[in-house]
Design a protein around this ligand. Structure first.
Ligand code: PLP
Length: 411
């Protein structure tokens, strides 16, 4: 693994931070100076829906809380700073952020994306926006040549997710961004699984970075949120227009909680990743497990690209049990310490059965084509002692009644 890159970022949003600071410093300081009036070290929660004006449209930077709120602005500036972007926007959920990008499209526009995608993104693409005249092509973005083939005159967006969900496929962001740039296509990278702690899509040529802040960014499984950051001013203005027009913004208390979570982001991510690697290696040698998907394993298809474009492998580990759907569902519910739940990125370790949970909205034939097998289990490794996590996993695995599995077909 390459030594961790130094994060020398400049927040253009915050005068006090015009000196370049590194990610861990920015996560604590950017956008949130001590309160000048009282000295309060924690940024205040501005619980207000509107702001008094001196004359019509003359105000102190805030007029109505859907358009802007100081606590939200602190979060938006912080998110921009840690991704090395000029501008940040916060949303009520990751899906609201996804919708915020799609809202900039018009009927007839075309989007190229991957088939191994967050289930909710797949759902809004295929069930809502395709109905409104936006065309989607799903290709295996781990092969940049397929991305190049899929781009046509009407293509406006290239939508990447890497590591992908749930199969942890790795897309070469720089290679795809180069192809997109030539064609004038905007590149969106969903960086939820990686976080800016170990993957920096803007530095690799992406135009917009998307987050479900519900996950690692907040990190405590107690808030829903989303974010978009970009350094392109025109793009930012478009996105901001629709953020206000649609109105799916987070409240100030949620913004405060996400700001609190951000302060320990890299400490948490480091520990998540370390435990995940241990667990992936344990599973890779287990007789009840047919295969393990984790980019940190040398045999993973995307291992070399991940090492090149990121400084970590993440904390999501997927694996295929040698079992049928019924036995896999029983297994998923048989843990003491791990919680059977959708989501990831919190302190508590979670697991889920993608075919019947996160990816249930993906049609069975598409699931099969993508390689989401009936026995697929996704682990979101939390912050508990890894020995306890391993013991619980071993107990659950030892009770599995194995059956012959069908080999997965990949798209
Ligand atoms: C959870 C998630 C989303 C959606 O975010 P919500 O906050 O649940 O709306 C989008 N992308 C990825 C990769 C996710 O894990």
């Amino acid at each position: 693994m390459a030594p961790p890159r130094e994060h020398t970022l400049t927040s253009t949003q915050d005068k006090e931070l015009e000196v370049a600071y590194r990610l861990d410093t920015l996560a604590i300081h950017a956008g949130q100076p001590n309160d000048p009036g009282t000295g309060a070290v924690a940024f205040p929660i501005y619980q207000t829906s509107t702001f008094g004006q001196e004359e019509p449209n003359v105000h102190k930077g805030f007029c109505y809380a859907r358009t802007g709120n100081p606590t939200r602005k602190a979060l938006e500036d912080n998110l921009a700073a840690i991704e090395g972007a000029r501008f940040g926007l916060a949303y009520a959920s990751g899906m609201a952020a996804i919708n915020g990008v799609l809202a900039t499209l018009r009927s007839g526009d075309h989007v190229v994306s991957t088939c191994d995608l967050y289930g909710g993104a797949w759902r809004i693409f295929t069930k809502l926006y395709s109905k409104l005249g936006i065309e989607f092509s799903f290709v295996d973005t781990t092969k940049p040549a397929l991305v190049e083939q899929a781009i046509k005159k009407t293509t406006k967006l290239l939508w990447l997710e890497t590591p992908s969900n749930p199969l942890l496929k790795i897309t070469d962001i720089a290679a795809c961004a180069k192809i997109a740039k030539k064609a004038g296509v905007t590149v969106v990278v969903d960086n939820t699984f990686a976080t800016p702690v170990f993957q920096r899509p803007l530095e690799l040529g992406a135009d917009i970075v998307l987050h479900s802040t519900t996950k690692y960014i907040n990190g405590h499984s107690d808030v829903l949120g989303g974010a978009l950051v970009t350094s392109d001013e025109k793009l930012h203005e478009d996105l901001k227009f629709f953020q206000n027009a649609i109105g799916a913004v987070p409240g100030p208390q949620d913004c405060f909680l996400i700001l609190r979570g951000l302060k320990t982001l890299s400490l948490r991510v480091e520990r998540h990743c370390k435990s995940a690697e241990r667990i992936a290696r344990f599973l890779a040698g287990h007789k009840k497990v047919a295969r393990v998907y984790f980019p940190g394993l040398e045999e993973h298809e995307g291992h070399a690209i991940q090492k090149k474009q990121a400084t970590g492998f993440g904390a999501i580990v997927s694996f295929e049990l040698k079992a049928d759907v019924a036995e896999s569902k029983r297994f998923a519910g048989s843990f003491k310490l791990w919680t059977l739940a959708e989501s990831l990125g919190g302190a508590k370790s979670l697991l889920c059965h993608p075919p019947t949970m996160t990816h249930a909205s993906v049609e069975p034939e598409v699931r099969r084509k993508v390689g989401i097998a009936d026995g697929l289990i996704r682990l979101a490794v939390g912050l508990e002692d890894v020995e306890d996590l391993l013991e619980d996993l071993e107990t659950a695995l030892s009770a599995v009644r194995t059956t012959r599995r069908r080999a997965p077909v990949t798209c």
